[in-house]
Design a protein around this ligand. Structure first.
Ligand SMILES: N[C@@H](CCC(=O)N[C@@H](CS)C(=O)NCC(=O)O)C(=O)O
Length: 241
């Protein structure tokens, strides 16, 4: 049995849900509300001491890290392949999944925190928020929550994130000039690991970065029309609700 600890609006969780749905796998979900700090509850920390979703459990084994989880699902359930066969296309796919993991996951955080998390924290008791934030194990993640809780996200930091997201749109445009999907001829983990960040642009009011690039806009229309996408993803722009 596949179990997934995840959050509806977490981009990393969305990556994994997309793979599960594209592959038509049955799974049981355990939903966490990150804004209410469910990820700091002892039962979840026992699964992932890093206090991060998603976490997947399959055949009794716990797997963390969305890119690694998706690679595991591709290895363990190859019937619906989400990796190209051609070795060079596989290289392109891995460069995209690494880029998603190392750049996009971080680039989207501050715009998302400014738009979604900071307003919610402002409605909560500051002492309660400070006490919860203190428990976050990763120092960089803790610092981000502290800045969101104290209105400390500044315009200069946001500008850097926006530049990285504009660069994402430019890189996608160049890749899509070569083929219909990011790694070439077929939908792959490359597209799946990137699309949650493209959808998030709607919520953080940066979707013009995609709309200005017809090839990227066409790619987004094609991927978001897929049945798996409709099952795995929330409505675009719904993160604040
Ligand atoms: N590298 C990790 C990152 C996971 C991650 O950033 N998860 C976020 C949600 S998208 C999270 O759990 N955040 C908890 C927090 O911000 O305290 C992965 O790809 O799984």
């Amino acid at each position: 049995m596949i179990e997934l600890w995840h959050s509806k609006h977490s981009t990393c969780s969305q990556k994994v849900r997309l793979v599960l749905e594209e592959k038509g796998l049955a799974w049981t979900g355990h939903h966490l509300n990150l804004r209410r700090f469910d990820h700091l509850l002892p039962a979840f920390l026992a699964l992932n001491p890093a206090a991060m979703v998603p976490v997947l459990k399959d055949a009794g084994q716990v797997i963390v890290e969305s890119r690694i989880i998706n690679e595991y699902l591709e290895d363990a359930y190859p019937d619906v392949p989400l990796a190209p066969r051609d070795p060079f296309a596989r290289v392109r796919m891995r460069l995209w999944t690494r880029y998603s993991d190392e750049v996009l996951t971080h680039a989207i955080k501050l715009p998302s925190f400014a738009k979604n998390i900071a307003p919610e924290l402002a409605r909560m008791d500051p002492a309660e928020v400070a006490a919860m934030v203190e428990k976050i194990p990763n120092p960089a993640v803790r610092a981000r929550w502290q800045r969101a809780a104290t209105a400390g996200i500044n315009d200069q930091e946001l500008a850097l994130s926006i530049a990285q997201l504009a660069d994402m749109a430019a890189r996608m445009d160049a890749a899509l000039a070569e083929g219909p999907w990011l790694a070439g001829e077929t939908l792959s983990l490359a597209d799946i690991d990137v699309v949650p960040y493209v959808q998030r642009l709607v919520r953080v009011e940066l979707f013009h970065l995609v709309a200005a690039r017809p090839r990227v806009a066409d790619w987004y229309a094609r991927i978001s029309a897929r049945p798996a996408y409709r099952k795995a993803m929330p409505a675009a722009g719904s993160e604040g609700t």
